[in-house]
Design a protein around this ligand. Structure first.
Ligand SMILES: [Fe+2]
Ligand SMILES: [Fe+2]
Length: 475
């Protein structure tokens, strides 16, 4: 069950050949996917041989194999974690009932919306990142970018499989629409705003994969609890791939910090001007990028109070992060949770029904998880013997969704006037000048074992290969 059949046109571990209609529908979608990949996948890189890992089994031991492949030949397919026999729904109004293999009619519309929204982020990030190959800081990093890109493509496959299998004609139409929307395109944009922003440089890419792919992790964890068993099983496998994306982000930022700290020690300065003259990214600029990506990503969790969030939970469609580990009744009626609002020039906490605040609950879990990595970044600075520290901004800072949308809040959580905001925002968010400076560093360094000046080499290569291994063989 868990091993993947690669003899078929569409690799899968779901016995696709037993369902001819579904197989035909997906085989019809496959060329559209490939032509989307051709148009919107990594620019100018389709003929390179890239050292990619491909899933061979969903077992934790040995699920991947590594080898050089051209990206359009990557074996995208359909992989579900094995089902648990007699799995029970463990939260919401249906708690204790058997998990569903088919969708109850009354929940179809909501589930379709959840799956389409998740699915839309996958090709969106490939589109956002498609020009980064031109400015890779090393062959190692270039390979990691491509690995992430093909896996986001596979995540799209995962969602399209669910749409085709469980939503009939509507699902097939949604599968096409997922290939038609375009990140940042005015007349047919991606669904969520953060996925219409550009990822213009590699610092943004590392921040994106640290923060925004982590939003993906939390959304997938919440869906992995779903009463709809095929969704739970497919998102569990997606999570194993997602872990690598966050590793690329965390280690990428960490290497930028290490390089900057080395320059600070060599030059005995923390002056941004002198550090920029030395071609590294000063820590205040890093902090501003961090503030931007953190705040844009916390918005992705949605409004702090949401009746949809309550419905999705009560009906069993979407659980909480680590639902099993929580010591409550898993139904949450009558319970409350604190959300923030601005009142009388101050941030105040309001108690609201917890069911309505589940977006906020997930956002707070995400924040806890994000902060731990920033602690690891600070260890790099500490080890270099420097007193500076990075921090996450207050969760009310720079928000565009929910009751805090548009409120003027400093990174340390003070409510500001518009004038105070305008006078200080340049210290808190990347300015046009910061972005131009970071862009100016983005040359292409792709000789094996070479790294751009602004980033330290990683501690080790991919799959225990040397740092000067030929991760990408250029066509
Ligand atoms: Fe993904
Ligand atoms: Fe990802």
């Amino acid at each position: 069950m868990s091993s993947i059949d690669y003899s078929q046109k569409i690799p899968n571990n779901v016995n696709l050949s037993d369902d001819r209609t579904l197989q035909r529908a997906l085989e019809q979608w496959q060329p559209s996917f490939l032509s989307w990949w051709d148009d919107m996948g990594p620019a100018g890189s389709q003929r390179h041989d890239v050292y990619l890992r491909t899933a061979t089994s969903v077992d934790p031991a040995g699920w991947a194999t590594f080898g050089h492949v051209k990206m359009p030949d990557y074996r995208w397919g359909i992989f579900l974690n094995p089902g648990q026999a007699e799995r029970k729904i463990h939260f919401g109004d249906h708690k204790g009932e058997a998990a569903w293999n088919d969708i109850p009619g009354e929940y179809r519309a909501n589930l379709r919306r959840i799956i389409v929204t998740q699915g839309d982020t996958e090709p969106a990030s490939v589109e956002q990142q498609r020009h980064l190959g031109a400015t890779a800081p090393s062959m190692y990093d270039l390979r990691n970018l491509f690995q992430i890109n093909v896996e986001e493509g596979r995540h799209l496959w995962a969602m399209v499989y669910l749409l085709h299998k469980h939503f009939g004609r509507d699902g097939r139409e949604e599968g096409q629409a997922l290939l038609q929307r375009r990140s940042g395109q005015e007349d047919n944009p991606r669904i969520l705003q953060a996925f219409n922003e550009e990822t213009p440089d590699w610092l943004s890419f590392f921040m994106f994969t640290y923060f925004t792919d982590r939003d993906g992790k939390f959304q997938l964890c919440a869906l992995a609890e779903s009463a709809f068993d095929p969704l739970a099983r497919t998102t569990k496998f997606m999570l194993t791939e997602e872990a690598h994306h966050m590793f690329v982000g965390e280690s990428g930022v960490s290497r930028v910090i290490a390089r900057t700290c080395a320059a600070m020690n060599d030059l005995k300065t923390d002056d941004p001007g002198r550090l920029r003259a030395a071609g590294v990214i000063d820590l205040p600029t890093l902090q501003r990028y961090l503030n931007f990506h953190f705040s844009v990503t916390v918005d992705l969790f949605g409004a702090d109070e949401s009746s949809n969030a309550a419905t999705f939970y009560s009906t069993g469609l979407k659980g909480r992060y680590e639902e099993d580990k929580r010591q409550d009744d898993h139904q949450l009626r009558g319970q409350t949770y604190k959300v923030l609002a601005v009142q009388g020039g101050q941030l105040v906490e309001r108690e609201v029904p917890m069911l309505n605040a589940l977006n906020e609950v997930l956002r707070d879990d995400f924040i806890k998880d994000s902060v731990s990595g920033i602690g690891r970044w600070n260890k790099v600075i500490e080890k270099a013997g420097l007193p500076h520290r990075l921090s996450v901004p207050h969760k009310a800072f720079h928000r565009n969704i929910g009751s805090l949308a548009g409120a003027r809040i400093s990174p340390d959580g003070r409510v500001l006037s518009q004038a105070e905001w305008d006078a200080n925002v340049g210290q808190w968010l990347p300015s046009a000048e910061d972005r131009a400076y970071v862009t100016s560093l983005m040359g292409r360094v792709v000789e094996p074992g070479q790294f751009a000046n602004w980033i330290a080499p990683p501690l080790m290569g991919i799959n225990r290969q040397a740092l000067n291994f030929d991760y990408v063989r250029f066509a």
